[in-house]
Design a protein around this ligand. Structure first.
Ligand SMILES: Nc1nc2c(ncn2[C@@H]2O[C@H](COP(=O)(O)OP(=O)(O)OP(=O)(O)O)[C@@H](O)[C@H]2O)c(=O)[nH]1
Ligand SMILES: [Mg+2]
Length: 648
């Protein structure tokens, strides 16, 4: 079976890239009238070359400095580079810039060609070859073969075929090429419309395979499209796969809706984001240091977006230095873990660096927060468990699916990796419903514990007399998480570890709030219960004191505490009602006074079934709080709209 790989040209303008591809394949990849007129390449050109078991889809790129962005959109999908240098002109700016781009795109293999050898003598070519060797030292092309050719005389073309074939064999063995399985992904480099067929998009297939009839998604945007027809180098095909050039006829979309930069992918494989966490390398050829907050042009796949670079742990990176950063994009983009990218300066427009995406759908990280930056660094780990653990730390409490680990951490066997992380204790399982569990990173739970502690401490400070904070009040502070089950799991964990006490009456942070002895704790519960049972005729303070066998002196304090916690309502210095009894009184009176007639004190006393001793202070209290009003001997509802049903 043929192995498909994409080969891309690179090199300075007029150095003979297009002529060389024509000499090798017979195809003139410069198709546009303007390209013919000016004798330069502007857009990407395409050809095919079969060498033994390897079929190369060729992307020929422009060398002109104005069209580096086009070069980038072609270079993004290639497996093998063909770096072209014409000895009569030697190493030139775009020789360097293209080489730097290929290096930043993390290319692994390539071949160097000295073209136009008919135009220079051998000694001169030797000198240029030495210069080229020096240029590529310390790059992926350091040991690449250098072949001398002439498109005019045909010199060296057979030798080049042989060398390319060997380089392709090596590239085909590399583990990067094993991506025919898995989700389909293709960055779109051209879109157009064909009469009678509709929208066509082209690109280099980066992973997976697609067949006629499949439904895929255009991202960003999540637009579903059906594959109506496929072509590979002008041949109709039933299927296209990784390493092939593809022209894909899409149903369900107008070609105006799609641009270079969009991607065609299996549904759910890519998740658009405006924020990426990355490892960023500043090129040693960059003219100046890269400062925090610099605006750059980001080239990601075939997309080009403006982006602001936030350096996470330094104010600037010198040429040749690298660091962790977040890229704030001007629009949505899609990426996967370890995807290479290139950045270019705004003006003058030149390549200044690049790197690898570590978190393709990041959340904002504050600068210089070392724990978070360490987790970003962990995403770059060679150990898949470390990477998965870091990715799931950033997933937070979002209810991630194991499959996402392929996109977010480059994990080949997501389900078993996630299971191993649960065994290791990196992940903690939380039941959010009887049938649904959520796995949350233990550090995320740890962070939540700290936040709960902070909020509880604040609520205790605001309510110094309360022993407990109502659970609902505490939960309210975490509404923004939209995950009450997770917050409850955190409370359970904190209670088990003794950080908090959590009972029916509320939550208390250990060591906070009024501190009661064991006996006092029993006594306060007894007092509340005695008053509750006594209804509208409760014992006064003196009586409560005499009922207590121990800690009699604490009784007034404990009653005040029970009032602060909302269990008791203070009628006067000596009289406290249980809040349930007080609510009942208000309900009953609101109902009986609803006709607006008003009631005398003795009527009220009878209704409440109590004595004057209690009825007088209760009525005075109701006047004071504005529930009732005196009119001569009668009491009426202060606000007649208040009824038993809608009392305040
Ligand atoms: N004598 C000679 N001329 C060549 C050879 N290869 C290319 N040329 C000439 O060099 C000029 C540029 O060649 P192209 O192949 O268009 O160069 P290119 O690198 O594709 O240029 P851009 O795509 O614009 O960057 C043309 O006029 C070619 O005829 C060669 O091997 N020998
Ligand atoms: Mg050309």
């Amino acid at each position: 079976m043929l192995t498909d790989l994409i080969l891309g040209t690179a090199g300075h303008i007029d150095h003979g890239k297009t002529s060389l591809i024509r000499a090798l394949t017979g195809v003139d990849t410069d198709r546009l009238p303007e390209e013919k007129k000016r004798g330069i390449t502007i857009e990407l050109g395409f050809a095919e070359l079969v060498l033994g078991d390897v079929r190369l889809g060729i992307v020929d790129v422009p060398g002109h400095e104005r069209f580096v962005r086009n070069m980038l959109s072609g270079a993004t999908g290639i497996d093998l580079a063909l770096l072209v240098v014409a000895p009569d002109d030697s190493v030139k700016p775009q020789t360097r810039e293209h080489l730097e781009i290929l290096r930043l795109l993390d290319l692994a293999a390539g071949v160097i060609v000295l073209t136009k050898c008919d135009l220079a003598d051998a000694d001169w070519i030797d000198l240029v070859e030495a210069e080229v060797r020096e240029l590529v030292a310390d790059t992926f092309l350091a040991d690449a073969p250098i072949v001398r050719t002439s498109a005019t005389t045909g010199q060296g073309l057979d030798g080049l075929r042989g060398v390319l074939s060997e380089a392709a064999e090596v590239a085909a063995q590399s583990d990067r090429i094993e991506r025919r399985a898995g989700p389909f992904r293709m960055a779109i480099d051209r879109t157009f419309s064909v009469d009678g067929h509709g929208t066509v998009v082209t690109g280099s297939v980066q992973s997976g395979q697609a067949r006629v009839g499949d439904t895929l998604t255009i991202e960003p945007g999540g637009l579903p499209v059906r594959l109506r027809g496929l072509q590979n180098h002008d041949r109709t095909a039933e299927e296209v796969h990784r390493g092939q050039r593809a022209a894909i006829n899409l149903a369900g979309v107008h070609h105006d809706e799609i641009d270079r930069g969009h991607e065609l992918a299996s549904a759910g494989h890519l998740v658009p984001s405006k924020l990426l966490s990355v490892r960023l390398n500043v090129s040693s050829s960059a003219p100046r240091p890269l400062k925090n907050r610099t605006r750059v042009r980001l080239h990601l796949g075939t997309a080009e977006l403006m982006s602001s670079v936030v350096l996470l742990s330094t104010d600037q990176l010198q040429p040749g230095e690298s660091g962790y950063a977040q890229l704030f994009l001007s629009g949505q983009a899609v990426a996967t873990w370890n995807q290479p990218f290139v950045i270019r300066s705004e003006s003058p427009v030149t390549t200044i660096g690049g790197g690898a995406v570590l978190d393709p759908s990041a959340k904002k990280i504050r600068r210089n927060v070392t724990e978070k930056i360490a987790m970003v660094a962990q995403l770059a780990s060679k150990d898949p468990y470390q990477r998965a653990s870091a990715a799931l730390f950033f997933a937070g409490i979002s209810g991630w699916q194991p499959d996402e680990l392929s996109r977010t951490a480059g994990i080949a066997d997501p389900a078993s990796t996630a299971a191993a992380l649960i065994d290791r204790g990196d992940l903690v399982e939380i039941a959010v419903s009887p049938t649904r569990k959520l796995s949350v990173h233990s550090l995320v739970l740890g962070e939540l514990c700290q936040q709960v502690e902070k909020v509880l401490r604040r609520l205790h400070q605001q309510n110094p007399l309360q022993r407990t904070i109502q659970t609902a009040r505490l939960m309210q502070s975490f509404d923004y998480l939209k995950a009450p089950a997770v917050v409850k799991a955190v409370l359970t964990r904190m209670a088990a570890e003794g950080q908090i006490r959590w009972t029916e009456s509320g939550v208390a942070l250990s060591g906070c709030g009024p501190q009661l002895s064991k006996r006092e704790q029993i006594l306060i519960e007894e007092i509340i219960e005695t008053i509750r049972q006594a209804g509208v005729s409760p014992p006064g303070i003196a009586e409560l004191k005499s009922q207590a066998t121990k800690n009699q002196a604490s009784v007034p304090q404990l009653v005040a505490l029970a009032e602060a916690e909302g269990h008791l309502v203070r009628i006067n210095d000596d009289l406290f009602l249980h809040s349930e009894a007080f609510d009942r009184i208000k309900n009953t009176l609101a109902e009986r006074m609803a006709d607006g007639q008003g009631l005398t004190l003795s009527q009220i006393r009878e209704i409440l079934e109590t004595s004057r001793k209690f009825a007088v202070p209760i009525c005075e209290h109701l006047d004071r709080i504005g529930f009732t009003r005196r009119e001569g001997d009668l009491r009426v509802l202060a606000d007649p709209a208040v009824t038993a049903l809608n009392r305040p």
